[in-house]
Design a protein around this ligand. Structure first.
Ligand code: BGC
Length: 452
């Protein structure tokens, strides 16, 4: 592995709903995900996250694993329904206290806490009031952010406002494959603007409270046209707009991309003054990256065309795939980073890779010493390739400051339940037992070597 610049930060990430469990403990309210799992029954294996990795209880075990890995940063998320069980009102002390304990213990272990304020667990009462379709939800988010910053701001120096607003809009409100499970197609677009507004309002709250750094996390894919056919190029441009640019351009450049390929002349929901708020300077830009997407013009008889969409994702052939079937193309991460830099130049804040990783069907086997082992060479190859891809981007002039693996531990993979394992640590779903995978040792050694 080539050497990263000194000061480059290594870490691991999780999210509250995916690892915590204890969904009814200490007065936590329901989120849209509790309803999606329990009531709507939309999860592939019929599971829910009532126990998950049990990290609300076993967080000290997770912390010990992080310390053993030697990470600089731990990205976790704060559950809004623990802090405001009804989505409004004063801070619920038991909820905040939990995160205060976690933050204190991380700091004591020399690990920097990197909390995400919103990783998809909208309080259910807010969904009933319109969810992210309602402009008011942005204001509710700013109120919640103020409570958290007031409670933890003396110890937390970096905040992430939102995780992947694109997935909430596209999968949560347009396609219905994530909570809240709405199938509004193009009518979901106001949720994009309202989330970005929420980011802008929360950024203002964080700035007003002190000198902590603030950033947002977007999921980026490298979009490749399926052929040289101009129709495929147009389709790729429309896909790039709806997946990457609608969420990146307002934050990084204070404007929405050209939406004409999607049949729109302006962003629904946009009001005067919004873009100034959304584009207020941030200290770092979080990039989550998993895979590139090859895009063709929607074929006439496809479900995409039927839904009025001009594009259709098509298979990338001849590359390995993860357990999810996602294509493994590390160079695509370099391309994403270099294009951000080319497009935004010096206006681009330093980048942190806030998630990168892969699911594989890992199994626990007996090791030579009789202990439990998980051999996951494919995950090691995935991480190795992508970390090298980050290094390539740095060499090509992109200011990347950190890399966080998704995920520390196997967890509740949203609509796919427990069928996909992303962890460096294996989770026994019956007992909660944690077993280090080979990738855990590999990443620990990589961090040590980079420091040495
Ligand atoms: C999300 C994670 C998720 C991961 C793998 C990202 O979109 O932020 O919560 O587990 O991808 O699907």
């Amino acid at each position: 592995m080539p050497r990263f610049p000194s000061g480059f930060r290594w870490g691991a990430a999780t999210a509250a709903f995916q690892v915590e469990g204890s969904t009814r403990a200490d007065g936590r309210g329901d989120s849209i995900w509790d309803v999606f799992t329990r009531t709507l029954g939309l999860v592939l294996d019929g599971s829910n996250a009532d126990v998950a990795a049990d990290s609300y209880v076993r967080w000290r075990d997770d912390l010990a694993l992080l310390a053993e890995l030697g990470v600089d940063d731990y990205r976790f998320s704060i559950a809004w329904p623990r802090v405001q069980p009804e989505g409004a009102g004063t801070a619920h002390a038991a909820g905040l206290d939990h995160y205060a304990r976690v933050v204190d213990a991380l700091l004591e272990a020399g690990i920097r806490p990197l909390p995400t304020l919103y990783h998809w667990d909208l309080p259910q009462p807010l969904e009933e009031a319109g969810g992210w379709l309602a402009r008011d939800t942005a204001a509710r988010f700013a109120d919640y952010a103020a409570l958290v910053v007031d409670g933890l701001g003396d110890r937390v120096g970096q905040w992430i406002t939102l995780n992947e607003p694109a997935m909430t809009t596209l999968q949560g409100y347009a396609l219905g494959t994530l909570a809240p499970g709405r199938t509004l197609m193009m009518a979901a677009l106001p949720t994009a603007h309202h989330q970005l507004l929420a980011h802008g309002l929360a950024t203002r709250v964080i700035r007003a409270a002190g000198d902590a750094e603030v950033g947002i996390v977007n999921n980026h894919t490298h979009v490749v046209p399926a052929s040289d056919d101009p129709a495929d190029h147009l389709a790729a441009g429309a896909f790039d707009a709806i997946y990457n640019r609608i969420f990146a351009d307002p934050v990084l450049a204070g404007r929405y991309p050209d939406l004409s390929g999607l049949g729109l002349d302006r962003m629904p929901g946009l009001e005067d003054g919004d873009l100034e708020l959304i584009a207020a300077p941030i200290d770092f830009y979080g990039v989550n990256f998993y895979n590139p997407t090859r895009v063709a013009a929607a074929s006439a008889d496809s479900e995409f065309a039927a839904a009025g969409l001009p594009f259709e994702p098509v298979e990338i052939e001849g590359v390995p795939v993860t357990g999810f079937g996602w294509p493994v193309v590390p160079e695509a991460l370099t391309e994403v980073l270099v294009s951000l830099r080319e497009e935004h130049g010096d206006a681009l804040p330093p980048i942190v890779i806030t998630e990168n990783g892969a699911s594989y069907p890992d199994e626990v086997v007996e090791g030579d010493d009789g202990g439990r082992r998980v051999h996951d060479p494919e995950r090691i190859a995935y991480l190795d390739g992508h970390i090298r891809a980050v290094h390539d981007a740095i060499e090509r002039g992109v200011d990347v400051r950190g890399y966080l693996v998704w995920s520390l531990i196997d967890n509740f993979e949203w609509a796919d339940g427990y069928t996909q394992r992303f962890g460096l640590v294996h989770l026994d779903l019956d007992t909660g037992e944690r077993t280090r995978k080979d990738s855990f040792d590999w990443f620990r050694d990589l961090i040590a070597a980079q420091r040495g």
